[in-house]
Ligand binder design. Structure first.
Ligand code: FAD
Ligand code: A2P
Length: 360
């Protein structure tokens, strides 16, 4: 190639980025409106029904839940909610400490609203070992959007105090201890709400299978109140007609959370609610070991999989992270006994927004 020719080509090449840049600039000016990214929606504060597909066959996308409020309050500007009540959920002889704590959300501008299945963040008072403000911890909301007193401006949590032994010392979890000790009248920094994983479908005739261990009962308590609490039903314009089945795992009978409420709902709605308890340190599984909810899942494999065949059935799993492999193993065995491959079915259920997991 002649020198002059090469120069011309090189010169041309040098101009390519300039031409591309110019083209992009023109495109961005002319086409801004038509190709602009969708504007960021400001955090909605309107709590509406967590929607599900009109047809149970259609997989509801995240868009379906677009009107569910998120991040109304962020860590830099949290809402300060007053503690209304804080009481133990445990009976004599129970292990550990688990409290039900309610905060007032009144006076918020904007008002913090949420729907069943979401979580809020709590920023404990004080500083960490480096002298920095504590980071927030998430807690599943245990109340319905109407709150325990149905006024629509409270939120409740179900908190287990974290305690463990290290080098011969008992270590108390920072935020869970702060919450379990907090007194009515004190103010707490609250963020959120967050989370769209655990929302209920809108269908009144959906079937809801709930697998909870310990404080994993929090979102389930909100669902069950929404479904069966008389005043809540009057308020929410949502008359649950499907089948709800709660599997609850607790170490002792005295550790069962909200048990009397669930028993009452079961009595009132015997055709709509089943309640199966796995009391790990009082009952034995088929192998003689501790009874976990996955053992109960196996016991009821046939009925569970008959329900799953119905496209209106949703499964919610909440609580200890450690239960996930056990549940997976039980579902694999249970599915196999019906000639179903769980490893193939689970992602399908997930895609259809019918398999919901929140473990920690
Ligand atoms: P921290 O002071 O933060 O201590 C926790 C740390 O201690 C761990 O990170 C680990 O490093 C260490 N640690 C813990 N156990 C041991 C051990 N056995 N040995 C050695 N080290 C250990 N909790 C509830 O009680 N109720 C709820 O409804 C709830 N919902 C949640 C929802 C979501 C989405 C998530 C993510 C978490 C939820 N949690 C819930 C857990 C909660 O967020 C906190 O993690 C929990 O309360 C502990 O926080 P803490 O500040 O008390 O403990
Ligand atoms: P256990 O502690 O007897 O082993 P809590 O949060 O109140 O302690 O309740 C958690 C419940 O979940 C307990 O009954 C606990 O049993 C049980 N559990 C512990 N590990 C698992 C696991 N891997 N799978 C299912 N359940 C579990």
């Amino acid at each position: 190639m002649a020198y002059s020719e090469a120069q011309v080509i090189a010169g041309g090449l040098i101009h390519i980025p300039i031409v591309i840049g110019l083209f992009r600039h023109i495109e961005s000016q002319i086409g801004r409106k038509s190709i602009a990214k969708p504007a960021k929606t400001p955090p909605s504060t309107k709590a509406t029904t967590a929607s599900a597909p009109a047809s149970s066959k259609a997989a509801p996308s995240k868009k379906v839940h677009a009107d569910v409020p998120v991040n109304t309050y962020r860590p830099k500007t949290p809402f300060e909610g007053k503690v209304l009540e804080n009481y133990s959920l445990l009976k004599d002889g129970a292990i550990g400490r688990v409290n039900h704590i309610t905060f007032s959300l009144s006076g918020g501008n904007p008002q913090l609203r949420y729907v069943e299945g979401q979580s809020i963040g709590i920023i404990p008072a004080g500083e960490d070992s480096k002298g920095k403000p504590h980071k927030l911890r998430l807690y599943s909301i245990a109340s319905t959007r109407h709150g325990d007193n149905f006024s629509g401006d409270t939120v409740s949590l179900c908190v287990r105090q974290l305690q463990y032994e290290k080098d011969g010392q008992t270590i108390d979890g920072v935020c869970s201890t702060y919450l379990c000790n907090i007194k009515p009248g004190e103010k707490v920094k609250i963020t959120g709400p967050v989370g769209k994983e655990m929302l209920l479908p809108e269908d009144e005739d959906a079937n809801i299978i709930m697998l909870a261990t310990g404080t994993g009962i929090a979102p389930m308590r909100a669902y069950l109140r929404r479904m069966f609490e008389p005043t809540e039903r009057k308020k929410n314009n949502w008359n649950f007609k499907g089948k709800a089945w709660l599997f609850m795992g607790a170490p002792k009978t005295a550790n069962l959370l909200y048990d009397a409420d669930f028993e009452y709902y079961k009595k009132q709605f015997p055709d709509n609610l089943r309640y199966t308890k796995a009391i790990s340190r009082e009952q034995k599984n088929a192998k003689g070991g501790r009874m976990y909810i996955q053992d109960k899942v196996l016991e009821h494999a046939d009925e569970i999989f008959s329900l799953i065949e119905d496209p209106k059935t949703h499964i919610y799993l909440c609580g200890l992270k450690g239960m996930e492999p056990g549940i997976d193993e039980a579902m694999t065995k249970a599915a196999a006994s019906k000639g179903i491959n769980w490893a193939e079915l689970r992602p399908k259920l997930k895609k259809q927004d019918r398999w919901h997991v929140e473990t920690y």
